[in-house]
Design a protein around this ligand. Structure first.
Ligand code: BG6
Length: 488
């Protein structure tokens, strides 16, 4: 029954994100009949005609989804406006176009402002949208904002202050595209819809949880951004911490946006802060050297374009996160992420504690612990590792795996993360976007680590491209008596 009519204004419409993700996702929504009344204004600095823009939208849809029907009909809803983000006249022209389109399609003044551009423009654009009257509408107004949300807590606060002058917290949709991933959304369902997990989901039965998100790509063309970011800001502050929060949160009393977010915030509040001398005990950083990926040799990070020859930027982070609350006291959450690693994989392994006594141990091998593996990507599914009697053997236990794979069953229909997030935003559901409090707590946590790292020169490179990161990342677990479960 929801009113999905909306005028979507995309700032940064000639950029990579728009082409690779946003246009194809909008098309998928359109194809599924999920876009009711809608129009899109693409906004960027370049001068170009509506026609040329429509063609580029078509091209990007075909590039990612193949030949599609109704493309002309789809792009007939698209318009283009060349724009100078710092010039009020530009906003006046945009407002005029928006009002016309709004009337033409009967969009009832509903507006989504999507900022898919460099972060230094987020604040100024938000301020202009307000002062130049674009947010003055009779329908809803929502701001969708891409990462990075600030560079540290201080800059995030400043940015937040700027966007809050034009939008209230519940009108702000901060994207963390991991929250659009099917299996990340599934964490909550696996936990709270199964009688066999939730009672065990605590420090009495779980020994540790491991979250790995590895990539094979290097820094590619993003050297300039990445040099001032590094893996800690690029992946840990947002995606990794979000997954940890979903794994650790208490069951919400209801599945509403506010309830879920407040449970996640409580996890962030319970994070054990790691600072100063403790950093090296809890966190490991790495930077890739030369190596081989898919049988091709690749250069070291320091030889990538726009990267300093003596760069101190980390392309890998492993860490031990402790959540000091009743449920999790004593259970390490190990996280690991990096570029130029062995495979492109995101996986969560929940390791249960050993049973009190092993009646079935074979002379050499101990029983395997029970594991619950959540495969986020590229495969989507869950695997539960159990022990069962070996067929024909004499009470000998062996590992069996119960697997559920999304692939094959739902694969064809698994929507892209961005498609789900755009749809959520149009429906006004902010659950899978990050609330300011989550952003603030995770920056506060991460800032203490970056402060130490920035002031100490690391011995880089310290892992080979194509490997699973520096040795120290393995030692981080070894000293607690654990090891990383293989992810690929
Ligand atoms: C982005 C980071 O947020 O996530 C990139 O900026 C990273 O550096 C990407 O490559 C990984 O996302 P995904 O969906 O490919 O795992």
């Amino acid at each position: 029954d929801q009113n999905l009519s909306s005028l979507i204004m995309i700032f940064g419409a000639t950029g990579d994100l728009s082409k690779r993700k946003l246009f194809p996702s909008l098309y998928r929504l359109y194809e599924r009949g999920r876009l009711d009344k809608f129009a899109v204004i693409g906004i960027a600095r370049t001068q170009q005609s509506h026609e040329k823009f429509k063609q580029s939208v078509k091209d990007s849809v075909t590039a990612s989804l193949g030949e599609k029907p109704n493309l002309d009909e789809f792009v007939s809803h698209f318009y283009y406006q060349s724009h100078d983000v710092a010039d009020s006249n530009s906003y006046a022209a945009l407002k005029k176009l928006a009002d016309e389109i709004d009337g033409h399609y009967g969009l009832e003044g509903n507006r989504i402002f999507y900022l898919a551009m460099a972060p230094e423009f987020f604040g100024p654009i938000a301020l202009h949208l307000k002062s130049d009257g674009l947010t003055d509408v009779k329908g809803y107004k929502r701001l969708v904002i891409e990462k990075p949300f600030g560079h540290d807590l201080e800059s995030a606060m400043e940015l937040n202050k700027q966007i809050r002058t034009a939008f209230s917290e519940n009108e702000i949709y901060r994207i963390d595209h991991y929250l659009g991933k099917e299996m990340v959304r599934n964490i909550e369902v696996i936990r709270f819809a199964n009688a066999i997990f939730e009672p065990l989901w605590n420090n009495r039965y779980i020994s540790n949880i491991q979250v790995t998100s590895s990539e094979t790509l290097g820094v590619e063309e993003r050297g300039r951004y990445y040099e001032s970011s590094g893996a800690l800001r690029d992946m840990v502050q947002n995606h990794m911490m979000q997954m940890v929060a979903l794994l650790a949160m208490e069951p919400p009393i209801k599945l509403t946006t506010d309830e879920i977010r407040s449970e996640k915030v409580r996890v962030f509040r319970a994070l054990r802060s790691v600072e100063g001398e403790q950093v090296k005990e809890y966190f490991v950083r790495g930077q890739y050297g030369e190596g081989t990926i898919s049988e091709k040799s690749v250069p070291r990070y320091r030889d990538e374009p726009n990267v300093d020859q003596g760069s101190n930027t980390e392309t890998f982070v492993a860490g031990k996160i402790m959540i000091d609350n009743f449920r999790w006291a004593g259970v390490p959450f190990y996280i690991r992420t990096g570029k130029r690693m062995t495979s492109k994989t995101t996986k969560i392994v929940v390791q249960f504690k050993d049973i009190p006594m092993n009646l079935y141990y074979q002379t050499e091998k101990m029983l395997n612990p029970n594991l619950l593996v959540i495969h986020v990507q590229p495969e989507e599914g869950i695997t539960l590792h159990l022990n069962a009697k070996k067929a024909g053997g004499h009470l000998e236990a062996q590992e069996v795996k119960l697997s559920f794979a999304n692939t094959g069953i739902h694969a064809m229909n698994t929507p892209e993360g961005y498609e789900k997030l755009l749809y959520d935003c149009m429906r006004g559901d902010a659950t899978n976007f990050t609330h300011w409090d989550e952003v603030a707590y995770s920056w506060a946590f991460v800032d203490k680590i970056s402060k130490v790292w920035e002031n100490q020169k690391a011995e880089y490179p310290n892992y080979e491209s194509g490997s699973m990161g520096p040795k120290a990342a393995d030692e981080l677990l070894e000293k607690d008596g654990f090891f990383w479960w293989p992810v690929s």
